[in-house]
Design a protein around this ligand. Structure first.
Ligand SMILES: Cc1ncc(COP(=O)(O)O)c(C=O)c1O
Length: 371
């Protein structure tokens, strides 16, 4: 559905209109200058061959150090696997952990590729509906109820989450890991939006479990979507399997992106400034959207998403977002992509763009609602 919105936005732009893009979930800022400089230097200096399958050793060590620096959690660099974005991390994790027919729980609303990749691999995604009552997170009770209905082999969570921007508290995460692992259910934590937390500090599953698979990426905090580079923290017994899978599927991860990613860690001050921009954008939407009649949205904890309930305006958020785009030239994503059950009630705004655009979007939408 978002593709339809983007195509309609492109038609408006082709006709000379100015669209404010709040539909695409990626940073507008470039990669850290340190990453770009390292890539330039590498291109000039040497041919780019394959690397070690699990990643350049200094990059793996640097990622491991990030866990000590950011969370105070010691991770052995030998447990880090560098991947082609977190997207490749899901494929590797699912292939290593599950067999065709295995049931794996994911949250609704949620990032659609979890369900789609599981299905493509012959696994059965088991959707667990979340609500305000559970702060839009899978709880131990919800997980165990699904497990009792038919045994689960895994559960995947994201905090901060896409499309909701909601986060699990540290205790909520710990309790869910305990409940899952107590039943032999493998735990996968998508931590791609870590670093972009506003309500409280995001907690890594690595703090509580050596058996959880952690998936992360340089795409969001480090603004490196197009570089296609991410990483996993892998339980030690699975390391050899991941190594062999990646060796066969990809040989190694793009060398230039690995070199840039290692240098990206030196660009944290620059990325913190980008994050402050998101915080400002978040405040603009939090203050402005209620004035435009959007009074119900989920807790705007992290990532760069605001998930708004539009059921007081319409009974189909796809039709609503198309009308909003046509009449205000503000693009947002209908919730149906993320939630086949209740998604027609919601739209997702992405606030990763310029703050001037946020102000203008709010003004355009407010004027539209008044008309
Ligand atoms: C929750 C979540 N996980 C994973 C991804 C995939 O990101 P990448 O493959 O760029 O690391 C995205 C992309 O939007 C996402 O929103």
């Amino acid at each position: 559905m978002v593709m339809d919105v983007m195509a309609a936005a492109a038609r408006i732009e082709a006709a000379g209109g100015r669209v404010i893009h709040l539909e695409v979930g990626q940073p507008a800022a470039p990669a850290p200058a340190s990453a770009i400089a390292a890539a330039r230097a590498a291109l000039a200096a040497r041919p780019l061959g394959y690397t070690e399958t699990l990643g350049i050793p200094t990059l793996r060590a640097r990622i491991a150090r990030h866990y000590a620096d950011s969370y105070g959690v010691a991770i052995d660099p030998a447990r880090i696997a560098v991947t082609t974005g977190s997207s490749a991390g899901f494929i590797l994790a699912f292939l290593a952990l599950f067999e065709p027919g295995d049931r794996v729980a994911v949250a609704l609303p949620g990032y659609p590729p979890y369900r789609h990749i599981l299905k493509a691999l012959g696994c059965e995604p088991v959707v667990i509906e979340t609500s305000a009552a559970t702060r839009w997170a899978i709880t131990p009770d919800l997980l165990l109820a699904a497990h009792r209905a038919a045994p689960l082999k895994g559960v995947l969570i994201a905090s901060p989450a896409n499309p909701t921007g909601t986060m699990m508290t540290g205790e909520g995460l710990r309790d869910l890991i305990d409940a899952a692992e107590g039943e032999g259910i493998r735990f996968i934590s998508d931590e791609i939006y870590h670093g972009l937390d506003y309500a409280f500090a995001a907690e890594t599953a690595a703090r509580w479990s050596d058996s959880a698979v952690i998936i992360n990426s340089f795409s969001k905090y480090f603004c490196m979507t197009g570089w296609r580079i991410g990483w996993m923290v892998v339980p030690e017994p699975l390391m050899r399997t991941i190594d062999r899978l990646q060796g066969n599927l990809a040989i190694s991860v793009p060398t230039l992106s690995q070199i840039a990613a290692e240098a990206a860690f030196d660009g944290r001050a620059e990325m913190e400034a980008v994050k402050h921009g998101y915080e400002e954008n978040r405040q603009i939407l939090l203050a402005g959207l209620p004035q435009a009649g959007f009074v119900q949205f989920l807790p705007v904890d992290g990532a760069f998403y605001l998930y708004a309930d539009v059921s007081r305006f319409c009974d189909d958020s796809f039709e609503f977002s198309q009308r909003m785009l046509a009449e205000t030239h503000v693009a947002a994503t209908p919730g149906i992509d993320f939630d086949p059950v209740h998604g027609r009630q919601f739209i997702r705004f992405c606030y990763a763009g310029a703050s001037a655009d946020m102000h203008e979007a709010v003004e355009r939408i407010a004027a539209w609602r008044k008309r």
